[in-house]
Design a protein around this ligand. Sequence first.
Ligand SMILES: Nc1nc2c(ncn2[C@@H]2O[C@H](COP(=O)(O)OP(=O)(O)OP(=O)(O)O)[C@@H](O)[C@H]2O)c(=O)[nH]1
Length: 581
Amino acid sequence: MEATASVSTVASRHLSTALPLSKTTHLSNSKFLRRSTQPCSSSSFIGSTHSLSFSSRNPFTRELWGVIHSSSMNAAVTGTRKMAGGRLIIRAEMFGQLTSGLETAWNKLKGEEVLTKENIAEPMRDIRRALLEADVSLPVVRRFVQAVSDQAVGTGVIRGVRPDQQLVKIVNDELVKLMGGEVSELVFAKTGPTVILLAGLQGVGKTTVSAKLALYLKKQGKSCMLIAGDVYRPAAIDQLVILGEQVGVPVYSAGTEIKPAEIARKGLEEARKKNVNVVIMDTAGRFQIDKAMMDELKEVKRVLNPTEVLLVVDAMTGQEAAALVTTFNLEIGITGAILSKLDGDSRGGAALSVKEVSGKPIKLVGRGERVEDLEPFYPDRMAGRILGMGDVLSFVEKAQEVMRQEDAEELQKKIMSAKFDFNDFLKQTRAVAQMGSMSRVIGMIPGMGKVTPAQIREAEKNLKIMEAMIEAMTPEEREKPELLAESPARRKRVAQDSGKTEQQVSQLVAQLFQMRVRMKNLMGVMEGGSIPALSNLEEAMKAEQKAPPGTARRKRRSESRRQFADSASSRPGPRGFGAKN
Ligand SMILES: Nc1nc2c(ncn2[C@@H]2O[C@H](COP(=O)(O)OP(=O)(O)OP(=O)(O)O)[C@@H](O)[C@H]2O)c(=O)[nH]1
């Protein structure tokens, strides 16, 4: 299960020493292409049956990662990096420890033919240890391990499936079950406004979540109103008013001199007058759960008669979050939880414990400080992340939000006709940036789950460098990268204007051509059909990895030549990096 990200060591040597290059030499560099076309190991596709829908629409993001993180660029920026065999093994950022703990368990089964009581004993201990280290509550761990063991021993041999893979599947299914199985949707009132009451301890993110939720619902076409009920932290009201403005949702506030229950009553009246669909009330948090706080909340709840009472809990508090959900539910009765700050949680204990401990589902998760960073909680995707599979569905949703369908189709046409240019590059880069921080997006791409924070920081830095260079190009150069490929003088000018080196500009231009080739190939493989095409892709990637160097080189060389000819057919005169200006 060790996923790897490819880093082209050859590229930097090649580009730095061989420029200017003839177009053929450059584009036919088989090592470069071979490494670059392996952005992840094929094993990372196992179980990611949705990757097709993402990849066939837009192979860009995988490619982008390959390009921005290729060592050719890094070498130019940060110097050479040490790697074993040209491949850098990188570990998962999110729930990394849990993921690798579980991997230890599967690895112990390598070489076994069937799952038995004896051979699963040790992997079970690993699973138990991994879950406890992730801060999952002990009774939950016990039940989980028991359920997995029972199933593992009872599983017969499935043709073609190795015992370690079987165990992965069993653990995945149990993790999904543990987290509630299905997505727990928000409930809306049949008549009148839907009222959502938010509660939680101090600093967990209630105020931020109020605005996030309003925006989330607004995007679903619902009109919303926020009620500022945190009278104990005066800044909370101002904070909510500012956030309300930011998301374009009205905020009802009545200062701090009036009781929260009274604010709730008046706010609700106002909402009814305005005919809003959803009212969200922010309440005060405390350091401790005390009686006064609970009584006040009960009073607010009585006045509002809410459709949803959601407890906001901080994911970083692990199993403590699950205990809080239980307490609040017993005290005031809640309908579910919102897990905030999941982006900062590296262990996963809260996500895994809340439902099982409290019986209440996690309905939504906060994954960042921005108002857009709220999502439904998908147990199956979370399990996928924990097991190190990319969360493809989340990625597709985000991608669709950002990139309109027509854009995607237009891009696809450009890719197929190898006309993908620097304008597209920039547009796509920015779309990726809009989807959230790079780290989140990368984590959602299948096979890209295992990336270190340092690598992501570096990738983000590289993106900025690339943007600067593209911005220094003329509109014509952006549309026709060949102009830059042909002219050292143009590359020199771009380098000077962007404050980068000529080598960096040359690398960027070279990378665009390589992207054209690879994306077209990738699209070609996936054009074949629906889900079966995924295995084609996997097979293609495997074949590429296994192919004798000579074969691969010849095949790619002719492919590259053809591609370069396609892309350059419209322009006259000598082409390539070696061409004179
Ligand atoms: N990284 C990250 N930070 C978050 C998230 N949600 C909230 N925060 C941050 O957490 C801090 C506290 O958030 P608030 O919304 O003020 O918390 P609160 O629960 O209303 O606080 P009190 O009113 O004091 O009880 C702020 O700095 C937020 O930006 C999240 O999902 N991820």
